[in-house]
Design a protein around this ligand. Structure first.
Ligand code: KDG
Length: 339
């Protein structure tokens, strides 16, 4: 009997000792954040995600750790967005264009030729209009932290140089899964085919599609030059990326943890824009060196392309709401007035 009592006492003591150690271990174990993105690790998106991860670890003194998962290993943008809404994944960066099915106001950023240069892009995205669009995500279970730069989009294809609007005719052109991009390229005469980014390289390689449109950085980092001969400089739209968090997860964070993430996100935004612009400045020469045949649309042909697309503006304005549309136009007008 005494032996049983001694054993019971020993086991109780061990359990009492173990509890605080387990709690301590729980305290020491860093909060893990799964951060998914669609481009590869060598891309501007991959480099900025690594910078974000470093900043989070540093600012939290190791209490928070980001596990960056690239190349759409956690799924395409749309799948990751749903994982964040459901709370199965904590963070991601992806295109604003793939968010329009969740938050229609994001379509503002798809408007062809809305933004003329990066000065306008930064001011509009980081100003009241960009914040208003970002705030609309919260009611859908997402928290927007910052915008990164995907960049001005240009056209590549394997059939012919596109020197005028008519050259789009008959080109099977992959577009992002987004109604404005679909309408834009259909109205230019292309056969627009929506596909997730993760399927794009193989679709180009197998000639399932003839062409695509993306910033120089992506054309370079995704090696599209291996399967695309022609690069036509159109700069037809400025594309942002957006860093997102799951609202379910975000609402459970402490004020300090949120401060760490917002500070790191702003640092990653400033790094990403600088890094993307530096890489973009020499990407055209790199693409030529890799054998792409590059042509620039003439001013007249670029103007014709713009004219063909003005009807798109009306449908975007109606879709995002006239107040938001007019506020964006007023901000741009003010910027252009004050050279
Ligand atoms: O995850 C890939 C997305 O970031 C996407 O925006 C890349 O611009 C892109 C495209 O063409 O799909």
């Amino acid at each position: 009997m005494k032996a049983i009592r001694r054993t019971t006492l020993a086991l109780t003591a061990a359990a009492l000792l173990a509890a605080p150690l387990a709690a301590l271990a729980q305290d020491i174990k860093p909060r893990l954040i799964r951060f998914g993105y669609g481009l590869n690790e060598q891309s501007n998106q991959g480099r900025a995600t690594r910078l974000f991860a470093e900043q989070v670890e540093k600012l939290s003194a190791g209490k928070m750790r980001v596990r960056a998962v690239g190349a759409a290993a956690l799924g395409p943008d749309t799948q990751m967005q749903q994982a964040l809404i459901g709370g199965a994944q904590e963070m991601m960066v992806g295109s604003t264009a793939t968010l329009v099915g969740i938050t229609k106001e994001m379509a503002l950023w798809d408007t062809p030729f809305l933004i003329n240069n990066v000065r306008e892009a930064d001011a509009l995205l980081d100003g009241p209009v960009g914040q208003k669009v970002m705030d609309k995500l919260q009611e859908k279970g997402l928290v927007g932290l910052v915008y990164w730069e995907n960049g001005f989009r240009n056209l590549t294809n394997s059939k012919r140089p596109v020197t005028k609007a008519e050259d789009f005719d008959g080109i099977k052109l992959r577009v992002m899964q987004n109604p404005v991009f679909l309408e834009t390229f259909k109205s230019l005469g292309a056969n627009a085919v929506p596909l997730p980014f993760s399927e794009l390289f193989s679709a180009l390689e197998t000639k399932t599609v003839d062409g695509q449109e993306n910033p120089y950085n992506t054309i370079l980092s995704s090696k599209f030059y291996e399967v695309q001969k022609y690069l036509s400089v159109t700069n037809h739209v400025y594309s942002p990326w957006i860093v997102l968090a799951s609202k379910k997860w975000w609402d459970g964070l402490s004020a300090d943890e949120k401060k760490v993430l917002l500070t790191a996100a702003k640092a990653s935004r400033d790094f990403e824009r600088k890094d993307t612009r530096e890489e973009g400045a020499k990407a055209l020469a790199d693409l030529k060196a890799k054998g792409m045949q590059v042509n620039e649309l003439s001013t007249a042909e670029s103007a014709r392309m713009r004219d063909k697309l003005t009807k798109i503006n009306a449908s975007v304005a109606a879709n995002v709401g006239m107040d938001l549309w007019n506020e964006a136009q007023a901000e741009l007008k003010k910027m252009r007035g004050a050279k």
